[in-house]
Design a protein around this ligand. Structure first.
Ligand code: ZN
Length: 347
């Protein structure tokens, strides 16, 4: 299972197909964090007896195929780490789709059908994830008031000393970090479904920007910026930014996980590309004065002027908006991690 995750993780960074396929994953769901992190054999026994029985009766293959099943799996079976595996299991299909969408021989109707299917499956995992609202670590009653679908925190107990104040915060940080990372994974994969990230990366870094190849890249980006695909991608970019504004402080304020870095970079790239290639007219001085509605699901359908994080989606302020994404990257816009992010996000 861990090999599958590492394989999918590296494949995501390199935008290559993973070596291990979901079809190979006929292993049971792994034991919980607390099961593997006990101080003594005595407590190991008691935690072993308390392991959710469904986990030993469900294979990873079953989990990965749950979006195709007749009914959703019992919410008590699925942990945030399982949802992460479920989203990773889509990596090879998304990678194949990106190649197909880029291939001019594949007709638009086929691309549209596959894209819809992938979005439906990703949304299935997102719905599972939405069942776990992040524990509020500043609220001492958070454990008592947690939503019904949250996994009991005892499954995330580790080696922390339970006689010390604040031990629960240490525990709750574990599922919180998993939820935070998995949200980024969801938005990152969604951006790949709606955007040819490689093309935009090449344009952003001025690679192959001359001659016929450069013209084709620019034409593709202009076409993309006028479609609802671009608006869907911008909505995911906006979600990445808002997610970091809301929760990044709990994880040190900047992206520590390369996956989060990739999502931040992909979000910034989409914003940059829309500002650069959208044919929407700049309102000049009014851009800084007028308040437009924030990007949302309705805007994706209706289009028109919109703002992201209070700034209009216009070329004249796009650099400022991109900097806001970079603010969550270690070292900021000029930091090494920002450039590493650029590098690894390039398919
Ligand atoms: Zn403007």
């Amino acid at each position: 299972m861990y090999l599958f995750k590492i394989d999918a993780y590296i494949a995501t960074f390199r935008s290559q197909p993973p070596l291990l396929r979901p079809e190979d994953m006929h292993f049971n769901l792994p034991n919980t964090f607390s099961f593997w992190n006990q101080r003594s054999l005595e407590s190991f026994d008691s935690f072993s007896a308390a392991e959710p029985i469904e986990r030993s009766q469900t294979t990873i293959f079953d989990l990965m195929h749950s979006p195709f099943g007749d009914k959703e799996m019992s919410p008590f079976v699925m942990f945030p780490e399982d949802i992460q595996i479920g989203i990773y299991s889509m990596q090879s299909r998304i990678w194949e789709f990106v190649e197909q969408a880029r291939d001019s021989d594949v007709d638009d109707a086929t691309v549209l059908t596959i894209r819809r299917l992938l979005v439906q499956q990703l949304d299935y995992w997102k719905r599972q994830l939405d069942g776990f609202s992040t524990y509020d670590m500043d609220d001492p009653t958070a454990v008592e008031t947690r939503p019904a679908r949250a996994v009991p925190d005892r499954y995330y107990w580790g080696l922390e000393d339970h006689s010390q104040p604040g031990w629960k915060n240490v525990v709750l940080a574990r599922p919180n970090a998993l939820i935070f990372d998995t949200m980024h994974l969801y938005h990152l994969f969604s951006i790949h479904i709606y955007t040819d990230v490689r093309n935009l990366c090449r344009l952003a870094s001025n690679q192959d920007s001359e001659g016929d190849i450069g013209q084709r890249r620019i034409s593709a980006a202009i076409k993309w910026a006028s479609t609802d695909n671009a608006r869907h991608a911008l909505l995911h970019a906006s979600s990445i930014l808002q997610l970091n504004k809301r929760d990044a402080h709990a994880f040190g304020g900047v992206a520590a996980e390369p996956l989060t870095l990739m999502a931040l970079y992909a979000g910034a790239l989409v914003v940059w590309a829309y500002g650069r290639f959208s044919q929407t007219r700049c309102l000049e001085k009014h851009c800084g004065e007028t308040t437009f509605p924030e990007v949302d699901g309705k805007w994706v359908e209706t289009w028109g002027f919109a703002s992201m994080d209070g700034l209009p989606l216009c070329q004249c302020v796009m650099d400022e908006l991109v900097e806001r994404f970079a603010g969550f990257v270690p070292g900021g816009p000029g930091g090494w991690a920002y450039h590493v992010g650029k590098l690894i996000a390039r398919p």
